[in-house]
Design a protein around this ligand. Sequence first.
Ligand code: TMP
Length: 254
Amino acid sequence: MARRRQLYEGKAKILFEGPEPGTLVQYFKDDATAGNGAKKGIITGKGVLNNRISEHLMMRLHDIGIPTHFIRRLNMREQLIREVEIIPLEVVVRNVAAGSLAKRLGIPEGTRLPRTIIEYYYKNDSLNDPMVSEEHITAFDWASVHDLDDMVALTMRTNDFLTGLFVGIGITLVDFKLEFGRLWEGDEMRIVLADEISPDNCRLWDAKTSEKLDKDRFRRDLGRVEEAYQEVAWRLGILPEATNSDMKGPEVMQ
Ligand code: TMP
């Protein structure tokens, strides 16, 4: 079988040329990094789980009218996506103080924020993804005022929907990161959700115990990393049952 041409390799995913113009194949690796690559490791089975979790969440978002780059899952580690022009921003949404916000502002982790806070980071590894304001974004033309309006509206709807979805399975959506792209259809341009939504880029805490069910288990060496990702997939109803820690490739329900 002919190999697809690789277009880009990131820390956790690889992008290949898609079968038709305007499509790409997104491959999910088991590689994990933290601190902009300072810490590296492998989380066995992570790619399989994130492919499935992201598929599930993107499809639910599509169902409520949020446009995404996702087309369909191809196999255990790959999904077909639309090729978009990635906006070089990480949009972070916070409901509860944690991570860099807790540290920077001295707010204890776990404090519910008075309202949802959106932050922007400029995607640039050599600069360590610095936090930027709307002023920077529009002045340097990374996105227009109109693009930003669309991104904020999509971000807030995504947060409302995902918060509710996770509450339903006993999980608090503490914070998460979104990326957006421009999708061109002739002369028309739409902003769509891109990248992935998974425990790699969300903070997910058990609602009762506050146990961390996300990549912080890797970042902070808390152990039981694979099990946390499996637990999220299981609660979302996309694994038949929680499996044990030596799982190499989890069984995925169709
Ligand atoms: P932070 O507290 O480290 O700023 O992270 C906020 C959220 O954004 C958290 O859910 C993890 C996610 N995130 C990424 O997905 N990629 C990143 O590069 C960073 C800095 C955060």
